[in-house]
Design a protein around this ligand. Structure first.
Ligand code: TXA
Ligand code: MG
Length: 342
């Protein structure tokens, strides 16, 4: 299959992409978080193609993207009391809500669950594509299963060229890490995946919220629950240091017999085989927006190791930290870092 590259600013490109969605094809599309791989959420055969293109196991359910509150309501039942506040504060935006589903949402989308994950993206290109299709769009991140999520059309093509009908190029994604997945089916809402809306922001609206470690979420069909920790992984081993220049330098020096690439905060000084200029340490939003681009860029350089400093759990720093721990195969930060493979 030849994958079309459509430019979101070109006249007619959104209509063309919407026609592909309506006829059961796959279109990758930018959102404010990462690129999604979209299909008509109400078409079982189209949704099955998403799983095939990504080589994603059928037990992992998809997020359904909507372009209005009405469309969201057409997929869901009994929205809980917290919904109105969450909707008016965070939507459209990088928050995904898990709620009970209508029978119209096919089992393939929800992996047979009676809940559906719904998201109203803030990105204008995603909104226009959903509205032009007139359909809710099921979309996981547009990468191979467990690979680093894509934040540009080039990243999408690197993983999926020839496997999908089209990619709608809308430039780099502004946030660069995935949406927060919040389960509203329980008395105290639970964060199933940390993301662009932080736990602190949610606490201000909800009062109380619990953060679940996804690895402890027993997945039916998983050989070992630890498999979940392979998410967001580049091919190259990732080693982490504490988030200070001196400690990063120390780690990189200890590993200098190997070909090392570094995700390096601007202005920090280090010698290594490859350096990705990550952005200003402390500007967590800027660092989040370039995290996956940096991991992918370094991953293509045939290095032996990638080293990155770990941000503190402060605003989006906490999300970067969680994604880096997953990329390195670690879940819990040990008191003292060791330098082997996680
Ligand atoms: O930012 C994002 O959320 C991006 C963009 C494209 O919207 N999408 C994304 O999708 O990251 P994906 O498929 O890579 O991650 C969706 C997460 C998975 O961890 C999945 O298990 C969870 O949401 N999920 C989906 N439906 C669920 C449900 N009914 N119950 C619990 N978890 C669900
Ligand atoms: Mg994903």
């Amino acid at each position: 299959m030849q994958t079309l590259r459509l430019y979101a600013n070109d006249a007619g490109s959104i209509e063309q992409a919407a026609r592909i969605i309506r006829s059961g094809g796959l279109v990758a599309c930018p959102t404010e978080t990462v690129y999604g791989l979209g299909a008509n959420a109400l078409d079982v055969a189209a949704v099955q193609k998403i799983f095939a293109a990504k080589e994603r196991p059928l037990w992992d359910p998809l997020i359904v993207h909507v372009s209005s509150r009405e469309m969201l309501k057409s997929l869901t039942m009994q929205l809980p009391a917290q919904f109105e506040n969450l909707f008016s504060t965070f939507m459209p935006g990088p928050l995904t809500l898990v709620v009970s589903k209508q029978a119209t949402v096919p089992d393939v989308v929800t992996a047979g669950r009676n809940t559906v994950a719904v998201r109203f993206p803030a990105h204008p290109v995603a909104q226009r594509l959903i509205a032009a299709s007139g359909l809710p769009i099921a979309a996981p991140s547009a990468n191979w299963f467990q690979h680093v999520s894509p934040t540009t059309a080039e990243h999408v093509l690197a993983d999926l060229d020839g496997r999908i009908e089209a990619v709608l190029d809308g430039g780099p994604c502004p946030i660069g890490v995935e949406s927060t997945v919040l389960d509203l089916t329980v008395a105290v809402p639970r964060i199933l995946r940390q993301g662009a809306v932080t736990a602190e922001q949610l606490k201000q609206v909800l009062g109380d919220v619990v953060v679940i470690n996804p690895v402890s979420r027993g997945q039916k069909g998983l050989q070992s629950p630890g498999m979940m920790s392979r998410h967001y992984a580049p091919r190259t081993n990732v080693v982490l240091s504490q988030g200070r220049e001196t400690e990063l330098v120390e780690v990189v020096q200890k590993l200098s017999h190997q070909k090392v690439g570094v995700l390096l905060p601007s202005g920090w000084n280090i010698r290594a085989a490859a350096i990705f200029d990550w952005g200003r340490w402390g500007d967590w939003a800027a660092l989040a927006s370039r995290l996956y681009a940096g991991l992918r860029w370094l991953d293509d350089l045939e290095l032996e190791l990638v080293v990155a400093p770990l941000p503190p759990e402060e605003a989006l720093g906490g999300v970067i930290k969680e994604r880096l721990l997953k990329a390195s195969g670690r879940e819990i930060l040990p008191g003292r870092m060791d330098f082997g493979k996680g």
